[in-house]
Design a protein around this ligand. Structure first.
Ligand code: DGL
Length: 237
């Protein structure tokens, strides 16, 4: 069984893109609401929380756990070995896609991902040493969780322009959505910055997963089951 993990609805962008390509894939999706957001936490705080959630999914019968979260993916090399062997982080897929790009690349992401050196390390492994312009857009995570995605929403427009306008001024022409909550804003970003090429972790992640996952993990009944952790409580589906 294939499981996905994120702090909330972000990883659903990847899960749904995967099911759009492989409609028979069964997915158990954990929204770790009890510990959301991930992007404001330090690596020391987040690592044990991730280990706990991954173990919970493996205990429920998951064969592989997709870290459908860039913030969590930044830490996958620091997970205990018994867990990292069962985990598929999406950050390396995004790094591979960036490595193919020729443009001036910028990335919006959570505070933790902007601080992290994990993406540059992944790029260095691929022989890419170009700097990536980064901007934190943590407030977009809460806006997405609140179902506020549209450019007409003042809060959304302000959050997007505060993060993206400085990147555009620095010459960025290719924007990486460095958080799985951000594909929800793709239409809003296109309407505000029509000239930008957008790299979405939802599409990149899904296309890569289809290539690497064993067939049996993609051939089920096309179910998407949810598990939500709640603060001070037990997880429920
Ligand atoms: N969706 C996540 C990511 O890709 C985490 C957002 C958060 O919880 O701050 O980074």
């Amino acid at each position: 069984m294939l499981a996905f993990l994120d702090s909330g609805i972000g990883g659903l962008t990847v899960a749904r893109s995967l099911q759009a390509i492989c409609p028979a894939a069964d997915i158990l999706y954990l929204a770790d609401r009890a510990n959301a957001p991930y992007g404001t936490k330090s690596e020391g705080e987040l690592l044990p929380l991730l280990s706990h959630s991954i173990r919970a999914l493996l205990d429920r019968g998951a064969d592989r756990v997709v870290l459908a979260c860039i913030t969590a993916s930044c830490l996958y090399r620091r997970l205990p070995e018994d867990l990292s062997a069962r985990v598929i982080p999406i950050l390396p897929f995004v790094a591979e896609r960036i490595a193919e790009e020729k443009g001036h690349i910028g990335m919006i992401a959570t505070e933790a991902t902007v601080r992290s050196t994990a993406l540059s390390s992944e790029l260095s492994r691929l022989g890419v040493h170009r700097p990536i312009e980064k901007a934190a857009a943590q407030s977009l995570v809460a806006l997405a969780e609140a179902g506020r995605f549209r450019a007409e929403d003042n809060g959304v427009r302000r959050a997007l322009t505060d993060a993206i306008a400085p990147l555009v001024l620095r010459g960025v022409d290719t924007l990486v959505l460095g958080c799985t909550h951000f594909p929800y804003f793709e239409e809003a970003i296109r309407s505000l910055y029509g000239g930008l090429k957008i790299l979405s972790p939802a599409r990149i992640g899904a296309e890569a997963l289809v290539k690497i996952l064993p067939r049996e993990l993609l051939s089920g009944e096309g179910r998407l089951r949810y598990l939500v952790s709640v603060r001070g409580g037990r997880g429920r589906t």
